[in-house]
Write a protein that binds this ligand. Structure first.
Ligand SMILES: Nc1ncnc2c1ncn2[C@@H]1O[C@H](COP(=O)(O)OP(=O)(O)O)[C@@H](O)[C@H]1O
Ligand SMILES: [Mg+2]
Length: 168
């Protein structure tokens, strides 16, 4: 199942992330794909906000991972960025799989850089730059858990109002 929608401001992308973040559970993996400036970090900020985690969410570009603890309860938020990894071995060495198969929610920017390591079941979010303030976001759910997640997401009024296209 996949949905495609358009946002026309960073706030709107963050808000979509927030709606998604509220639905995420321990063990969930969200793969973000898109060029520099397409809004991956913006989306991750919304997810963290929706999950209710501590700490400022910014690009982990120089550190591989930022770990955000829940403010009150709920899973950890592992915010990973593969922009600077050179190969799969490096991703392995840095513990990518330990995060993905750990007990938190893992959100991975530039996930396509380690495509082979991504689980078959996950949520792919592909962001495309349209113009200065417009982005196209295609969310593709693979596997039962993620299809249920995406179905719940489209029920969210904030998402439903912006949603433009759903395909099986
Ligand atoms: N609709 C939009 N959604 C997300 N970001 C947007 C949007 N319109 C403009 N922007 C801007 O684009 C940039 C996205 O940056 P960022 O989220 O860091 O991208 P990435 O992590 O993909 O490199 C920010 O400067 C943000 O303000
Ligand atoms: Mg980024």
């Amino acid at each position: 199942m996949s949905i495609t929608l358009y946002t026309t401001s960073p706030e709107q992308t963050r808000s979509l992330g927030r709606s998604l973040g509220k639905l995420l559970q321990a063990g969930d993996i969200v793969c973000l794909q898109g060029d520099l400036g397409s809004g991956k970090t913006c989306m991750a900020q919304g997810i963290g906000s929706g999950m209710g985690v501590a700490g400022v969410i910014n690009s982990p570009t120089f550190v591989f991972v930022n770990e955000h603890a829940p403010v009150t309860r709920g899973p950890y938020f592992y915010h990973i960025d593969l922009y600077r990894i050179c190969d799969l071995t490096e991703a392995l060495t840095l513990g990518l799989e330990d995060y993905m198969y750990g007990d938190g929610v893992t959100v991975i920017e530039w996930a396509d850089r380690a495509k082979e390591m991504m689980p078959s079941n996950c949520l792919w979010v592909r962001l495309t730059y349209r113009d200065y303030t417009e982005r196209r976001l295609t969310l593709e759910a693979i596997g039962e858990r993620y299809i249920a997640l995406l179905q719940a997401l489209v029920q969210d009024p904030a998402v439903a109002s912006a949603q433009i296209e759903v395909s099986a």
